[in-house]
Design a protein around this ligand. Structure first.
Ligand code: ADP
Ligand code: ZN
Length: 362
């Protein structure tokens, strides 16, 4: 078992990673100390995950922890990451009489993790929670670092809080049941880590194409978590270096908004965004020549070399919550494994994007 320790100013916690940990003795032993006798424990999942993993997990949990376990299931999909669902989760907490010393376990993908984490952040001004990510995307990204949120009509993740988990259990075996689209989505984020932060990882992803639930995948997940941990330890509240984790996301998010969040999975949109960011960076003179070609070649190995029209993207970027009046912080590459933050005005962004669309940027 790998134990990746996260040390933050206010709180430290363990990320335990092992195939099969979900229903193992070790997993239960790790959870048990956070549950108290006479207190409630809420397991929040979406219905897909509950149907596949929920019952067996909750049975084992009931036998292993001192607290009283109840479960809450939400409708699967990003559409349910909203205030209505949050309100229904609170009703379930109230009905079960979850107290201040209770515990919330998020068992699911990024949606369940984000909303359950936010529910825990709010409930009685904050109760402890444990993240058990079940999607590849949530394993490498959203379950680590303490960002929790729900969406409102004005935008994604606009209502949220930093609320660090008390423990994260990562079981790569769970990826075996992921739909192909969701697996590829997670690979998009894994490629992001290599491209933005580690050339060694970038090379590995190119040579050891991992299948679901393989040793290669397990060690790549561990590597991404360590990279994220290092960044979060340095900059918990995203005032600087943590922004590098948004590589591919400025353009990717604009693509998601433009295509109504349905054409692409999140990781695929990020992949399309990374492709643009690499070519854009070369065009802007920030990125070493030849980098974009390497990024595209790697993305293609995972069927993620997605060509999205760049025309009009700047309009969507202007509307982003992170945009300032005249421009945005773009995450671009200096070279593979080394991302940088570049402040750029919209007129220059538009100019560079337009030059990519002519096809002459290749
Ligand atoms: P993400 O994790 O990409 O942020 P979701 O939480 O919506 O987004 O998860 C993506 C989809 O995958 C959902 O439909 C969810 O029910 C499903 N899912 C998550 N984990 C698993 C799993 N281990 N096996 C099968 N389906 C899963
Ligand atoms: Zn992302």
């Amino acid at each position: 078992m790998r134990n990746i320790r996260v040390n933050l100013a206010e709180k430290s916690y363990d990320i335990l990673l092992e195939s099969g940990i979900l229903n193992s003795e070790a997993g239960m032993e790790a959870i048990a100390p956070f549950s108290r006798k006479g207190e409630k424990l809420a397991v929040v999942s979406d219905r897909n995950v509950r149907d596949i993993y929920g019952e067996a997990f909750i049975d084992r949990l009931r036998a292993a922890v001192p607290g009283e376990v109840f479960s809450v299931a939400i409708r699967p999909g990003e559409e349910s990451k909203n205030l209505d669902t949050l309100s229904r989760i609170f009703d379930a907490f109230a009905e079960a009489e979850l107290g201040r010393r209770g515990l919330v376990i998020a068992l699911g993908g990024g949606v369940a993790g984000d909303i359950a984490g936010f529910a825990a952040a709010c409930w009685m001004r904050g109760v402890r929670h444990i993240q058990i990510p079940t999607s590849l995307l949530a394993m490498v990204d959203s379950s680590v670092g303490g960002k929790t949120a729900v969406d409102i009509p004005a935008g994604k993740n606009l209502v949220g809080a930093f609320h660090q988990p008390s423990l994260v259990l990562v079981d790569p075996k769970l990826t075996a049941t992921l739909p192909a689209r969701e697996f590829a989505s997670g690979m998009g984020e894994i490629i992001k880590y290599g491209t933005a932060l580690s050339e060694a990882l970038f090379r590995r992803i190119g040579t050891e194409v991992p299948g679901a639930f393989s040793p290669a995948l397990e060690s790549m997940i561990a590597e991404c978590i360590c990279l994220k941990r290092d960044v979060v330890e340095e900059d918990e509240f995203e005032s600087g270096r943590r922004k590098l984790l948004n590589f591919g996301h400025s353009f990717g998010h604009a693509i998601e908004v433009k295509t109504g969040f349905s054409a692409y999975s999140h990781g695929a949109a990020v992949a399309a965004g990374m492709r643009i960011a690499a070519r854009f960076g070369e065009r802007a003179g920030v990125t070493e020549a030849g980098t974009a070609g390497r990024v595209e070649k790697l993305l293609a190995k995972y069927n993620l070399n997605i060509e999205e029209e760049t025309k009009g993207l700047a309009e969507y970027m202007k509307r982003d919550k992170k945009a300032a009046a005249g421009g945005v912080s773009l995450v671009l590459l200096k070279r593979i494994g080394e991302a940088v933050i570049v402040e750029m005005g919209f007129s220059e962004i538009e100019k560079n994007l337009a030059s990519l669309d002519t096809g002459s940027g290749r």
